[in-house]
Every structure is written in structure tokens, then in C-alpha cells.
Design a binder for this molecule. Structure first.
Ligand code: C5P
Length: 227
């Protein structure tokens, strides 16, 4: 299981300082809306300058018509990131179009589909998708698998079912992880690292429990020891 640290701090300076304090660890870094909209491509270059072995997950959750998503996917691939994502609810054709467009590249990033946001509880999810979260998350995952994606973003509680319905190699990445029972914040379906391991999760994403702590390096070290 790999650890992916969410760089969701309010400035590039703070995110770079955090990355710098974690430069000796074998980890992934997640760059989301906040950082990418504000700090752009230059920020990604700066992260790789801190440690060229840092892997970068660009969490922009694309959702648009197939051609527009495929154009964006090509632009993302040209940034040299290692992984990005889109919404499974953008549809199977859109996902296939993205994968077909990336096929021509010599090297492409991993592509994951978001099934259900971990901030949704079942009622909120059902209001939007008219189905229970667990069954629909697995259906979204099957669509993503059939469209040729590499994996999905899901809650730790859905990982095993998704793998059983697709393939053990189909990647699951789970946010909403509170390694040692920290405050959930806006997340509704939170799990600890033990649950993630039991569910054969490939990547855990941890944000606030790391960057809000007084000693992020110590928290990361503790998490890495426990996974
Ligand atoms: O601070 P916390 O550990 O809750 O951060 C989780 C990170 O994962 C945030 O950057 C959030 O945007 C992201 N994320 C999520 N749920 C998803 C996809 C991404 O929480 N389904």
C-alpha cells in the first residue's frame, strides 16, 4: 500500500515546505484544485525539483463531454504527472475516449475514475444518483474497468468488493483515511489504515491528519511503519 499526501495548504510556499520536509520518504503527492488553479505547472516542476522520485497525482476530477475530457487528458499527460482522475459518472464513452486518446503516447499517466466522493453519506449520494452508494460505486468501477482505466477512487469500505467485481490488479485509491482516529472534518466515510489493508487498498490519501499536525514528518513516518 502506498501513501499519497494531499497538498491542500493555502499557499505554494507552505505546500513546498511540507513536501521538502517529506523529501526522504517514498511517497506520492496529491495536487488538487486549490494548488493547481493557484500555482499551475510551475508548482509541479518545483515538487519534482525537491525530489525527482516524488510521484504526482493530479486530482482535477475531470467531468465534461468526451472530446473535451480527452483533450484535457492529453494536456495533463504533457505535464509529466504520474496519475490523474476523472468522474466515472461522466460515462463509459467519455472514459473510453480518454483512454483511446492517450493510447498514442509512449508513456501515459495512470488514469483513475472517481466513483463516489468520500464526503457523501448514503442519503446524499442517493439523492443525486438514485441508488445506494455501495452498489453504484461497484457499477461505476465496472464501467471504468471495461473502459480500460487503471483504477478508481473510492472509500476504503468499497475497495474489496470493487476488486472482486473487476480484478485484483485494478487500482483502488481511498481518501477519507484517518490513520489514527483523527477528526473526520467534512468526510463521512472515514477508515483507518487497518481497514484499508484488509480491503486491499493500493493507495491511501491523507491530507489534514498530516498537514495540520505539529510534526508532519513524524505522522508520515508512523503511517509508513503501519502500512
Ligand atoms: O484532508 P483529507 O485527508 O480529508 O483530504 C482528502 C483529500 O482527498 C482532499 O484533497 C480531497 O479533495 C480528496 N478527495 C476526497 N474524496 C474523493 C476524492 C478526492 O476526499 N472521492
Amino acid at each position: 500500500m502506498k501513501l499519497c499526501v494531499a497538498l491542500d495548504l493555502p499557499s505554494a510556499k507552505e505546500n513546498l515546505a511540507l513536501a521538502n520536509s517529506l523529501k526522504d520518504f517514498d511517497i506520492w503527492l496529491k495536487v488538487g484544485f486549490r494548488s493547481y488553479i493557484r500555482d499551475g505547472k510551475e508548482f509541479l516542476i518545483q515538487l519534482k525539483q525537491i525530489n525527482p522520485n516524488f510521484k504526482i497525482f493530479l486530482d482535477l476530477k475531470l467531468y465534461d463531454i468526451p472530446n473535451t475530457m480527452a483533450d484535457a487528458a492529453l494536456e495533463i499527460a504533457s505535464l509529466g504527472v504520474d496519475m490523474f482522475n476523472l468522474h466515472a459518472s461522466s460515462g463509459k464513452i467519455g472514459m473510453q475516449t480518454v483512454m483511446n486518446r492517450l493510447e498514442s503516447l509512449e508513456k501515459r499517466p495512470l488514469v483513475l475514475a472517481v466513483t463516489a466522493l468520500t464526503s457523501f453519506d448514503n442519503d446524499t449520494f442517493k439523492d443525486i444518483y438514485c441508488e445506494n452508494i455501495d452498489t453504484k460505486a461497484t457499477k461505476f468501477a465496472k464501467d471504468s474497468f471495461e473502459a480500460g482505466l487503471d483504477g478508481v477512487v473510492c472509500s476504503a469500505f468499497e475497495s474489496l468488493d470493487i476488486k472482486n467485481n473487476t480484478s485484483k490488479q485494478f487500482i483502488t485509491l481511498t481518501p477519507g483515511i484517518r490513520p489514527f482516529g483523527e477528526d473526520a472534518g467534512d468526510q463521512k466515510r472515514v477508515a483507518n489504515t487497518k481497514i484499508a489493508q484488509e480491503q486491499l487498498v493500493d493507495f491511501i490519501v491523507v491530507g489534514r491528519p498530516i498537514y495540520k499536525s505539529d510534526n508532519p514528518k513524524e505522522v508520515v513516518s508512523k503511517i509508513l511503519k503501519s502500512i
